[in-house]
Design a protein around this ligand. Structure first.
Ligand code: 5CA
Ligand code: ZN
Length: 410
């Protein structure tokens, strides 16, 4: 699929940097990626789960993609090349259900919302993936992975559908670390079918759904049908990033079953573990006391917020003002506060001189290296703007720092 245009990213001067530590859901704590064997060849491999294209892009989606954009920018600043892959779940039950409900063709909904997402990411200055891949266009490779799993005994037939048996997956449970009870509850809540009779284990996940009357289906070596959700991301990631990713990313609602299953299905095909060195999950953004979600319908859209006149820089800054891992409620005043901040920062970098720009750059790098602590990074820029100084090169350096590392073009 076509991605979206890349914003320019200024290069910053070299300088001492703290090693980047990220909270790993599997380890339950911070991990130094380089020490864990990451990007030894100078390339950081990032897979971030993309949208299911309906009801996009709400502020929860945007916050999650901004978290991974902060990581992408930090890696580039550290001199790494980043290989970034993202999918679009442009065929799945929720999309078909929506199409049925509103009486619009599912492909039209998917195309419209994928384009909206591209426009929103462009407005928010999110760096585009190198490979932006829809499930439909990846159908053959996904089916190929299902075939490999079947050949390796990691798939069984249930009335023509194929399932992945968790019983044979040595590392199943290591990504989320959840109890079986918790897994069963989440599986039912998040697209699984633990109640389906005939499964060897209720947690087994659908790999391939045989054609049903009235549903879209594709010819494949495993029969006519369409893929399950987890194997979609496993295939798209494996074929572009190889058997080991540095970071597998998404919102915390993807820890289980999605990332647990993607990882163990990938391992069953490649024999390589871990699938990702670090599993990074962003907190959930809510509205009025509840998680912002398509099913609840309590959504604030990026496109509507911008169409109503909001400055995209203020929206970006408002979403970066909280730590990415914190679950949080969206309040409209955050946008106003961020607008004030954009004005203060713009005035700050318009001064002929200010406090040391190099110190500010180091402080922002330090904050981001500490599990993407954007609130601390923003506070450092606030402090620089509030103080006087005689460094005449600082305003230009601070402007470049805010642009390259925080994505804000002052
Ligand atoms: N297509 C799948 C991933 S393969 C999917 O989950 N699509 S989605 O459209 O439902 O979500 C896209 C991304 O936004 C996921 O990473 C998801 O975890 C994240 N997300 C969804 N809702 C929220 C929310 N309220 N707050 C933060 N992130 C969210
Ligand atoms: Zn995914």
């Amino acid at each position: 699929m076509q991605s979206w245009p890349a914003p320019a990213v200024p290069r910053l001067p070299a300088g001492a940097r703290a090693p980047l530590r990220l909270h790993d859901s599997a380890a339950g704590g911070p991990v130094d990626l380089a020490a864990a064997g990451g990007h030894a060849d100078g390339t950081a491999r990032l897979y971030v789960c993309g949208i299911t294209p309906y009801d996009a892009t709400h502020l929860g989606h945007a916050a999650t993609y901004l978290a991974f954009d902060t990581l992408n920018r930090a890696w580039r600043d550290a001199g790494l090349s980043v290989l970034f892959v993202q999918n679009v779940t442009d065929i799945d039950d929720p999309l078909l259900e929506r199409a049925e409900r509103v009486g619009v063709d599912w492909t039209a909904i998917a195309e419209r919302d994928t384009q909206l997402f591209r426009d929103d990411m462009t407005a928010l200055r999110v760096l585009p993936p190198d490979h932006y891949i829809g499930a439909v266009e990846a159908m053959a490779e996904i089916a190929e992975l299902v075939l490999t799993l079947r050949d390796r005994g990691a798939a069984y037939d249930l009335d023509g559908d194929l399932y992945f048996p968790v019983a044979g997956a040595a590392h199943f449970g290591e990504v989320s670390g959840l109890s079986r009870e918790a897994m069963l509850a989440l599986s039912a809540e998040r697209g699984g079918d633990p109640e389906r009779p005939g499964k060897k284990d209720p947690l087994d996940a659908l790999l391939w759904r045989a054609e049903r009357p009235g549903e879209p289906a594709w010819d494949s070596p495993v029969g006519r049908g369409r893929p399950g959700w987890h194997v979609e991301c496993a295939a798209i990631a494996l074929n572009r990033l190889g058997p080991t990713l540095d970071v597998q990313g998404g919102g915390s609602d993807l820890v289980f079953p999605h990332h647990e299953h993607s990882a163990t299905e990938a391992e069953a095909a490649t024999g390589v573990w871990p699938f990702a060195r670090i599993y990074v999950h962003a907190g959930m953004v809510g509205l009025d006391g509840e998680k912002m979600s398509k099913s609840r319908g309590n959504l604030v859209f990026v496109s509507r917020t911008l169409a109503a006149g909001a400055d995209p820089r203020a929206l970006r800054l408002a979403l970066l003002a909280d730590h990415y891992r914190s679950d949080r409620m969206w309040v409209g005043e955050a946008l106003e506060r961020a607008g004030v901040r954009v004005a203060q920062w713009s005035a700050g970098v318009a001064r002929p001189a200010g406090p040391s720009g190099e110190e500010l750059l180091a402080a922002v790098r330090r904050a981001i290296a500490d599990d993407l602590d954007t609130p601390a990074a923003l506070a450092a820029v606030d402090a620089w703007c509030a103080a006087d100084g005689t460094d005449s090169e600082a305003p230009a350096l601070v402007r470049a720092t805010v642009d390259a590392l925080l994505g804000i073009d002052l």
